[in-house]
Design a protein around this ligand. Structure first.
Ligand code: 13P
Length: 307
């Protein structure tokens, strides 16, 4: 079928028809473009989507986002078929540091707990002892025994925010998310001054100085909750979340901290690409059983610590 000739509404109808026929559930990350969010059964953060998939009776999931997040769905749903909407959309932060570099760090600190942010490559996850998310990193690290050394990978900005909030010292890489890290304190202060009666919420992947200036430092799902209860908000994260919130709350005064906060990888998935992937089922997430077992173990430790 040649999808090039189809209009947006034809593509939407085709996606709806195909997912019904294939008993497929479409999962989309909060940063996906609006047309993708519209065909999705669930829109959320990566761990939220993976957990929703566990409760689903679908035979197959189409993941719209980036590879590392599709892998999290597979880790929690090893017996299900997980298809990536875009084959090569990946995360620069996740791939900035290799497993060799983590191995060296572990050799230097052999007794350290290795806490790995869920938005990371499996090569790092597999060498880690606990997973965390942007929503729970502070809480989780605050609960680890005080005498324990902690290696925190891969995002240094979340790590610095955790250090600031908990007073713990973390051993970190210098990797970061370029979409969030590019926002400077002076840009933030300018927007703050212009919209002085708005609340500023930012993602912890932003620079520590930007985080300190914010009213709240939140994960994407926590941001959605915050916006549901507040009418004037500046959003400091990838613009997909701003698009989703503007669409959901047209009467609220919501502005993005910066229009530059666009993740090129997240935006690679177009409606046409997602529908093509649903037709072909070619981009399946295939993971080694042992890798699934090890990464699952570090996710389970997170669930236990947060009980
Ligand atoms: P959360 O959706 O878990 O907050 O993280 C999104 C993300 O990938 C930030 O770059």
């Amino acid at each position: 079928m040649n999808l090039n000739k189809l209009s947006e509404s034809d593509l939407v109808n085709l996606a709806i028809d195909l997912k019904k026929k294939k008993n497929c559930v479409i999962l989309a990350h909060n940063y996906q473009s609006l047309p993708i969010q519209k065909i999705a059964d669930f829109v959320g953060d990566s761990l939220q989507l993976a957990k929703l998939a566990v409760q689903s009776k679908a035979d197959m999931f189409l993941f719209c986002g980036i590879r590392i997040m599709g892998e999290t769905v597979k880790i929690l749903n090893p017996d299900k078929k997980v298809i990536l909407a875009h084959k090569t959309a990946d995360c620069q932060l996740a791939n900035m540091k290799s497993s060799e570099e983590l191995k060296e760090l572990k050799q230097k600190y052999p007794n350290a707990e290795v806490v790995c942010y869920v938005n990371s490559s499996v090569t790092l996850k597999v060498k880690s002892t606990i997973t965390c998310t942007s929503a729970n990193a502070v809480k989780l690290i605050a609960r680890l025994p005080i005498e324990k050394k902690i290696i925190f990978v891969p995002d240094r900005n979340i790590g610095k925010w955790v250090e600031f909030k908990t007073g713990r010292k973390l051993i970190m890489f210098d990797s970061y998310c370029h979409t969030h890290n590019q926002i400077t304190l002076s840009e933030t202060l300018q927007v703050r001054q212009k919209y002085s009666d708005y609340s500023l919420i930012v993602h912890p992947e932003c620079d520590i100085e930007v985080c300190k200036e914010a009213d709240e430092v939140l994960s994407t799902s926590q941001m959605i909750d915050f916006i549901s209860k507040n009418d004037k908000v500046i959003i400091g994260t990838e613009t997909g979340l701003f698009d989703q919130m503007k669409d959901r709350y047209p009467a609220k005064k919501i502005i993005p901290l910066s229009q530059k906060m666009i993740c090129e990888d997240m935006k690679q998935t177009t409606l046409k690409i997602a529908v093509q992937s649903l037709i072909d089922e070619k981009n399946e997430v295939i993971m080694d059983e042992d890798v699934i077992k090890k990464t699952r173990r570090s996710l389970d430790r997170m669930f236990q610590i947060l009980l």
